[in-house]
Design a protein around this ligand. Structure first.
Ligand SMILES: CC(C)(COP(=O)(O)OP(=O)(O)OC[C@H]1O[C@@H](n2cnc3c(N)ncnc32)[C@H](O)[C@@H]1OP(=O)(O)O)[C@@H](O)C(=O)NCCC(=O)NCCSC(=O)C[C@@](O)(CC(=O)O)C(=O)O
Ligand SMILES: [Mg+2]
Length: 288
């Protein structure tokens, strides 16, 4: 599940979209029981999501439950800790205690249900000032925490910032989530949704920016956004060729007793080569 780039929200009450989700090429499906589902449809959504999970067994299925403080949380969790669910997305994650509480509840449910592979993961969604402030503690709270995700719409609301296309108001929060994830030794985080589903140029620009900041994936809400994320995250042929040339030149230099060389006017040493090897791993050219 590490390395997954496209995390696709599917509204839990929308029968048509739940069906269609199985045919989409997103790396992970997130069936939403929270904001995309109105209060009077919560129960119906749980039952539809369970059916969709049974139908899309071949997929990596996550569920976004309602927050710990909501009246829906307990029912959401008891109905979703089930075979075919790989993880829970916890919205409005704000403290390590919430993660520990969720961890314990999952463990109890898994044990009571004799689940074959009891290894449900947690993806905390950081979308408030307090959540951001405690991001490291949240990330470190349990081995179930796979990665963190960022929720910019609620976050901007909480800090009373104006959401803009260039995202300047989100820069600090995004960087802090990347740093907290890496300090906690978990995989790089997943960036927030882009709500303007017809603006592919803006979406590509934002995805390029978040990759530059250290995110390794994006929450998506529409099928058209899946391929755009892949375009940014999958290395280009030119990047692959440059990386291969660089690694070869470095290995040759090492054979001649030097750990540093110049290639095309630039210094090449170990961290530069490690970055090139990472590109080759992402492209599937190197396995480890
Ligand atoms: C926006 C829209 C209604 C548009 O739909 P429309 O149907 O009008 O669009 P069309 O272009 O006609 O779709 C073309 C074809 O794709 C199908 N199709 C579209 N989307 C699909 C999909 N997601 N899954 C499967 N199928 C899909 C559709 O059924 C049609 O199928 P077909 O007729 O067969 O061709 C739709 O995308 C949608 O519902 N998105 C997900 C919304 C959602 O889950 N939100 C909650 C999570 S975010 C959130 O909470 C963020 C955050 O937590 C974080 C923060 O803080 O930032 C917060 O707080 O904000
Ligand atoms: Mg939200």
């Amino acid at each position: 599940m590490n390395g997954y780039r496209t995390w696709m929200f599917v509204p839990g009450s929308d029968e048509k979209k739940l069906q269609k989700a199985g045919s989409l090429s997103a790396d992970v499906l997130i069936f939403d029981l929270e904001d995309a589902v109105s209060p009077n449809e919560k129960e119906m959504a749980r039952s539809r999501v369970r059916k969709a999970i049974a139908l899309h067994k071949q997929k990596v299925n996550f569920v976004r439950v309602n927050s710990c403080h909501s009246p829906y949380f307990y029912e959401d969790l008891t109905s979703m800790v089930t075979a075919g669910v790989s993880g829970i997305v916890l919205p409005k994650a704000e403290t390590s205690e919430q993660i520990l509480f969720l961890d314990r509840m999952i463990s109890e449910l898994e044990a009571n249900r004799n689940m074959d592979t009891p290894d449900i993961k947690i993806v905390p969604l950081i979308e408030s000032a307090l959540g951001l402030h405690q991001a490291f503690e949240i990330a470190s709270a349990s081995p179930r925490v796979l990665r963190m995700a960022f929720g910019s719409v609620d976050f901007a609301l909480d800090i009373q910032a104006d959401l803009t296309k260039d995202g300047l108001e989100l820069l600090y929060a995004r960087s802090q989530i990347v740093i907290a994830s890496k300090a906690a030794r978990i995989e790089a985080p997943i960036d927030t949704v882009y709500v303007d589903i017809r603006d592919s140029e803006g979406f590509l620009k934002e995805t390029t920016l978040i990759k530059q900041l250290g995110f390794q994936g994006k929450l998506v809400i529409h099928p058209d956004q899946i391929e755009l994320v892949n375009q940014v995250f999958v290395p280009t042929q030119e990047e692959i060729e440059d990386a291969e040339r660089l690694v070869k030149a470095f290995e040759h230099s090492l054979e001649n007793g030097s750990g540093v060389l110049q290639l095309d006017g630039k210094m090449v040493d170990l961290p530069v080569v490690d970055r090139a090897r990472r590109i080759l791993r992402l492209a599937g050219v190197l396995s480890s």
